[in-house]
Design a protein around this ligand. Sequence first.
Ligand code: ATR
Length: 268
Amino acid sequence: MDVYGIIGNPVEHSLSPPMHEAAFEERGIDAAFVTFEADPDRIGEAFAGAEALGVDGLTVTLPFKGDALEFSEPDDRARRVGAVNTVDFATDPPTGHNYDLSGAVRAFDHHDVSLDGARTVVVGAGGAARALAFGFEEAGAEVAVANRTESKAHALADDVPGASGHGLDDLPDLMADADVVANATSVGLESDESVAPADAWHADQVAFDAVYTPLETRFLRDAADAGAETIDGAWMLLFQGVEAFETWTGVDAPVEAMDDALRERLAE
Ligand code: ATR
Protein backbone atom coordinates (compact mmCIF):
# COMPACT_ATOMS: atom_id res chain seq x y z
CA MET A 1 0.00 0.00 0.00
CA ASP A 2 1.20 3.53 -0.85
CA VAL A 3 1.18 6.14 1.89
CA TYR A 4 0.46 9.82 1.31
CA GLY A 5 -0.45 12.53 3.77
CA ILE A 6 -0.72 16.13 4.79
CA ILE A 7 1.73 17.68 7.20
CA GLY A 8 0.76 20.85 9.10
CA ASN A 9 -0.18 22.20 12.49
CA PRO A 10 -3.07 22.34 13.06
CA VAL A 11 -4.20 19.87 10.42
CA GLU A 12 -7.17 18.02 11.93
CA HIS A 13 -9.78 19.90 9.85
CA SER A 14 -7.93 19.42 6.57
CA LEU A 15 -10.02 18.71 3.49
CA SER A 16 -7.16 16.92 1.73
CA PRO A 17 -7.91 13.43 3.17
CA PRO A 18 -11.47 13.11 1.79
CA MET A 19 -10.40 14.62 -1.53
CA HIS A 20 -7.45 12.23 -2.05
CA GLU A 21 -9.25 9.20 -0.63
CA ALA A 22 -12.02 9.77 -3.20
CA ALA A 23 -9.39 9.97 -5.95
CA PHE A 24 -7.63 6.75 -4.86
CA GLU A 25 -10.94 4.93 -4.71
CA GLU A 26 -12.09 6.22 -8.10
CA ARG A 27 -8.81 5.14 -9.74
CA GLY A 28 -8.53 1.83 -7.85
CA ILE A 29 -5.22 2.80 -6.20
CA ASP A 30 -4.36 0.99 -2.96
CA ALA A 31 -3.22 3.95 -0.85
CA ALA A 32 -3.78 5.60 2.50
CA PHE A 33 -3.88 9.34 3.16
CA VAL A 34 -2.78 10.30 6.67
CA THR A 35 -2.82 13.58 8.62
CA PHE A 36 0.51 14.34 10.30
CA GLU A 37 0.35 17.07 12.95
CA ALA A 38 4.07 17.75 13.26
CA ASP A 39 5.82 19.51 16.12
CA PRO A 40 7.15 22.81 14.66
CA ASP A 41 10.33 22.42 16.73
CA ARG A 42 11.01 19.02 15.12
CA ILE A 43 9.95 19.69 11.54
CA GLY A 44 13.32 18.61 10.12
CA GLU A 45 13.05 15.26 11.85
CA ALA A 46 9.46 14.96 10.64
CA PHE A 47 10.42 15.32 6.96
CA ALA A 48 13.45 13.02 7.34
CA GLY A 49 11.27 10.52 9.19
CA ALA A 50 8.63 10.55 6.47
CA GLU A 51 11.31 9.86 3.88
CA ALA A 52 12.88 7.11 5.98
CA LEU A 53 9.50 5.47 6.56
CA GLY A 54 8.82 5.34 2.85
CA VAL A 55 6.01 7.89 2.72
CA ASP A 56 5.33 8.44 -0.98
CA GLY A 57 4.09 12.03 -0.99
CA LEU A 58 3.06 14.88 1.29
CA THR A 59 0.87 17.91 0.99
CA VAL A 60 2.42 20.64 3.10
CA THR A 61 0.29 23.23 4.84
CA LEU A 62 0.78 26.01 7.40
CA PRO A 63 3.16 26.65 9.03
CA PHE A 64 5.59 24.38 7.16
CA LYS A 65 5.50 25.58 3.53
CA GLY A 66 8.73 27.54 4.02
CA ASP A 67 10.44 24.71 5.95
CA ALA A 68 9.62 22.31 3.13
CA LEU A 69 11.88 24.37 0.84
CA GLU A 70 14.85 23.24 2.95
CA PHE A 71 13.92 19.58 3.02
CA SER A 72 13.22 19.09 -0.65
CA GLU A 73 14.70 20.10 -3.97
CA PRO A 74 12.22 22.87 -4.88
CA ASP A 75 11.21 23.28 -8.54
CA ASP A 76 11.47 26.73 -10.16
CA ARG A 77 7.98 27.85 -9.16
CA ALA A 78 8.37 26.78 -5.53
CA ARG A 79 11.71 28.60 -5.44
CA ARG A 80 10.21 31.78 -6.90
CA VAL A 81 7.24 31.79 -4.52
CA GLY A 82 9.42 30.74 -1.59
CA ALA A 83 7.05 27.98 -0.51
CA VAL A 84 6.48 24.27 -1.14
CA ASN A 85 3.01 22.77 -0.78
CA THR A 86 3.66 19.32 -2.25
CA VAL A 87 6.58 16.95 -1.73
CA ASP A 88 7.19 13.99 -4.01
CA PHE A 89 9.37 11.35 -2.35
CA ALA A 90 9.70 9.26 -5.52
CA THR A 91 12.76 11.31 -6.50
CA ASP A 92 16.08 11.42 -4.67
CA PRO A 93 16.25 13.99 -3.14
CA PRO A 94 12.49 14.53 -2.76
CA THR A 95 11.08 17.25 -5.05
CA GLY A 96 9.16 20.28 -3.74
CA HIS A 97 6.38 21.83 -5.82
CA ASN A 98 4.10 24.82 -5.37
CA TYR A 99 0.73 23.69 -6.64
CA ASP A 100 -1.05 26.54 -4.85
CA LEU A 101 0.24 28.67 -7.72
CA SER A 102 -0.55 26.31 -10.60
CA GLY A 103 -3.78 25.16 -8.91
CA ALA A 104 -5.06 28.74 -8.88
CA VAL A 105 -4.19 29.21 -12.54
CA ARG A 106 -5.89 25.91 -13.39
CA ALA A 107 -9.02 27.07 -11.55
CA PHE A 108 -9.23 30.04 -13.92
CA ASP A 109 -8.59 27.80 -16.97
CA HIS A 110 -11.35 25.49 -15.81
CA HIS A 111 -13.75 28.47 -15.84
CA ASP A 112 -12.50 29.56 -19.28
CA VAL A 113 -11.19 32.80 -17.82
CA SER A 114 -8.06 33.88 -19.66
CA LEU A 115 -5.42 35.53 -17.50
CA ASP A 116 -3.24 36.37 -20.48
CA GLY A 117 -3.27 40.18 -20.78
CA ALA A 118 -5.84 40.49 -17.95
CA ARG A 119 -5.57 43.32 -15.44
CA THR A 120 -5.59 41.61 -12.06
CA VAL A 121 -5.73 42.86 -8.49
CA VAL A 122 -4.51 40.62 -5.69
CA VAL A 123 -5.71 41.82 -2.29
CA GLY A 124 -3.37 40.67 0.49
CA ALA A 125 0.35 40.06 0.79
CA GLY A 126 0.68 36.76 2.73
CA GLY A 127 1.38 33.28 1.41
CA ALA A 128 -1.84 32.93 -0.59
CA ALA A 129 -1.32 36.35 -2.17
CA ARG A 130 2.24 35.40 -3.17
CA ALA A 131 1.05 32.24 -4.93
CA LEU A 132 -1.71 34.15 -6.75
CA ALA A 133 0.49 37.08 -7.77
CA PHE A 134 3.21 34.80 -9.20
CA GLY A 135 0.59 32.57 -10.84
CA PHE A 136 -1.20 35.49 -12.51
CA GLU A 137 2.09 36.99 -13.72
CA GLU A 138 3.23 33.65 -15.11
CA ALA A 139 -0.08 33.31 -16.97
CA GLY A 140 0.56 36.68 -18.66
CA ALA A 141 -1.53 39.00 -16.47
CA GLU A 142 -0.74 42.50 -15.25
CA VAL A 143 -0.63 42.33 -11.44
CA ALA A 144 -1.47 44.99 -8.84
CA VAL A 145 -1.08 43.98 -5.18
CA ALA A 146 -3.12 45.87 -2.56
CA ASN A 147 -2.66 45.24 1.14
CA ARG A 148 -3.68 46.78 4.46
CA THR A 149 0.00 47.07 5.39
CA GLU A 150 1.16 48.84 2.25
CA SER A 151 4.86 48.09 2.75
CA LYS A 152 4.14 44.36 2.43
CA ALA A 153 2.32 44.99 -0.87
CA HIS A 154 5.42 46.79 -2.17
CA ALA A 155 7.70 44.00 -0.96
CA LEU A 156 5.62 41.38 -2.80
CA ALA A 157 5.27 43.55 -5.92
CA ASP A 158 9.06 43.99 -5.99
CA ASP A 159 9.44 40.21 -6.35
CA VAL A 160 6.85 39.79 -9.12
CA PRO A 161 8.00 41.13 -12.52
CA GLY A 162 5.99 44.20 -13.60
CA ALA A 163 3.72 44.22 -10.53
CA SER A 164 2.72 47.35 -8.57
CA GLY A 165 2.13 47.66 -4.82
CA HIS A 166 -0.68 49.64 -3.16
CA GLY A 167 -2.49 50.32 0.07
CA LEU A 168 -6.19 49.44 0.41
CA ASP A 169 -7.12 53.10 -0.28
CA ASP A 170 -6.27 52.46 -3.93
CA LEU A 171 -8.58 49.43 -4.16
CA PRO A 172 -11.68 51.25 -5.59
CA ASP A 173 -9.58 52.82 -8.38
CA LEU A 174 -7.77 49.54 -9.09
CA MET A 175 -11.07 47.66 -9.22
CA ALA A 176 -12.56 50.18 -11.65
CA ASP A 177 -10.03 49.03 -14.27
CA ALA A 178 -9.59 45.38 -13.27
CA ASP A 179 -10.67 42.25 -15.15
CA VAL A 180 -9.93 39.96 -12.18
CA VAL A 181 -10.02 40.78 -8.45
CA ALA A 182 -8.75 38.13 -6.03
CA ASN A 183 -9.10 38.11 -2.26
CA ALA A 184 -6.06 36.57 -0.60
CA THR A 185 -6.66 38.11 2.83
CA SER A 186 -8.31 36.32 5.72
CA VAL A 187 -11.19 38.82 5.67
CA GLY A 188 -14.43 36.88 5.21
CA LEU A 189 -13.08 33.71 6.84
CA GLU A 190 -15.97 32.58 9.05
CA SER A 191 -17.35 36.14 8.96
CA ASP A 192 -19.68 38.15 6.76
CA GLU A 193 -17.19 40.86 5.80
CA SER A 194 -15.43 41.80 2.59
CA VAL A 195 -12.13 43.55 2.04
CA ALA A 196 -13.56 45.12 -1.15
CA PRO A 197 -16.16 47.90 -1.19
CA ALA A 198 -19.46 46.48 -2.53
CA ASP A 199 -19.98 49.40 -4.93
CA ALA A 200 -16.60 48.94 -6.61
CA TRP A 201 -17.64 45.77 -8.47
CA HIS A 202 -18.82 45.84 -12.07
CA ALA A 203 -20.39 43.25 -14.32
CA ASP A 204 -17.56 42.49 -16.74
CA GLN A 205 -15.16 41.25 -14.09
CA VAL A 206 -14.22 38.00 -12.38
CA ALA A 207 -14.00 37.65 -8.58
CA PHE A 208 -11.87 34.95 -6.97
CA ASP A 209 -11.72 34.29 -3.23
CA ALA A 210 -9.01 32.12 -1.64
CA VAL A 211 -11.26 31.82 1.44
CA TYR A 212 -13.50 28.72 1.25
CA THR A 213 -15.21 28.72 4.65
CA PRO A 214 -17.83 29.83 3.86
CA LEU A 215 -17.80 28.99 0.17
CA GLU A 216 -20.01 31.93 -0.63
CA THR A 217 -18.17 34.82 1.00
CA ARG A 218 -19.43 38.38 1.21
CA PHE A 219 -16.66 39.27 -1.30
CA LEU A 220 -18.10 36.83 -3.89
CA ARG A 221 -21.72 37.70 -3.09
CA ASP A 222 -21.13 41.43 -3.63
CA ALA A 223 -19.38 40.62 -6.91
CA ALA A 224 -22.24 38.37 -8.06
CA ASP A 225 -24.80 41.04 -7.10
CA ALA A 226 -22.99 43.42 -9.47
CA GLY A 227 -23.20 40.81 -12.23
CA ALA A 228 -19.57 39.65 -12.03
CA GLU A 229 -18.51 36.02 -12.50
CA THR A 230 -17.30 34.29 -9.33
CA ILE A 231 -14.79 31.49 -8.65
CA ASP A 232 -14.81 30.20 -5.07
CA GLY A 233 -11.83 29.09 -2.99
CA ALA A 234 -12.60 25.37 -3.27
CA TRP A 235 -11.39 25.47 -6.89
CA MET A 236 -7.84 26.44 -5.89
CA LEU A 237 -7.84 23.77 -3.20
CA LEU A 238 -9.18 21.22 -5.69
CA PHE A 239 -6.65 21.88 -8.41
CA GLN A 240 -3.63 21.92 -6.10
CA GLY A 241 -4.86 18.46 -5.02
CA VAL A 242 -5.33 17.40 -8.64
CA GLU A 243 -1.75 18.41 -9.48
CA ALA A 244 -0.38 16.63 -6.39
CA PHE A 245 -2.31 13.44 -7.21
CA GLU A 246 -1.05 13.45 -10.79
CA THR A 247 2.57 14.01 -9.71
CA TRP A 248 2.45 11.27 -7.08
CA THR A 249 0.62 8.61 -9.07
CA GLY A 250 1.32 9.50 -12.71
CA VAL A 251 -2.39 8.91 -13.31
CA ASP A 252 -4.97 11.45 -14.59
CA ALA A 253 -6.85 12.76 -11.58
CA PRO A 254 -10.59 12.08 -11.30
CA VAL A 255 -11.40 15.79 -10.98
CA GLU A 256 -15.15 15.37 -10.58
CA ALA A 257 -14.88 12.76 -7.81
CA MET A 258 -12.37 14.93 -5.96
CA ASP A 259 -14.57 18.02 -6.37
CA ASP A 260 -17.63 16.11 -5.12
CA ALA A 261 -15.77 14.85 -2.04
CA LEU A 262 -14.45 18.31 -1.26
CA ARG A 263 -17.79 20.08 -1.63
CA GLU A 264 -19.60 17.37 0.29
CA ARG A 265 -17.21 17.90 3.23
CA LEU A 266 -17.49 21.70 2.95
CA ALA A 267 -21.29 21.46 3.07
CA GLU A 268 -21.20 19.54 6.40
P1 ATR B 1 -1.76 33.54 4.32
O1 ATR B 1 -0.33 33.15 4.43
O2 ATR B 1 -2.73 32.44 4.60
O3 ATR B 1 -2.05 34.26 3.04
P2 ATR B 1 -1.24 35.69 6.22
O4 ATR B 1 0.19 35.64 5.88
O5 ATR B 1 -1.64 35.65 7.64
O6 ATR B 1 -2.06 34.53 5.53
O7 ATR B 1 -1.86 36.98 5.53
C1 ATR B 1 -3.10 37.44 5.85
C2 ATR B 1 -3.44 38.61 4.91
O8 ATR B 1 -4.74 39.10 5.28
C3 ATR B 1 -2.48 39.78 5.04
O9 ATR B 1 -2.36 40.37 3.76
C4 ATR B 1 -3.24 40.71 6.00
O10 ATR B 1 -2.90 42.07 5.87
P3 ATR B 1 -1.64 42.69 6.69
O11 ATR B 1 -0.42 42.30 5.91
O12 ATR B 1 -1.88 44.14 6.71
O13 ATR B 1 -1.68 42.05 8.07
C5 ATR B 1 -4.65 40.50 5.54
N1 ATR B 1 -5.64 40.87 6.56
C6 ATR B 1 -5.92 40.22 7.70
N2 ATR B 1 -6.92 40.83 8.38
C7 ATR B 1 -7.25 41.93 7.64
C8 ATR B 1 -8.22 42.97 7.78
N3 ATR B 1 -9.04 43.02 8.83
N4 ATR B 1 -8.29 43.92 6.80
C9 ATR B 1 -7.47 43.88 5.72
N5 ATR B 1 -6.55 42.91 5.52
C10 ATR B 1 -6.43 41.94 6.46
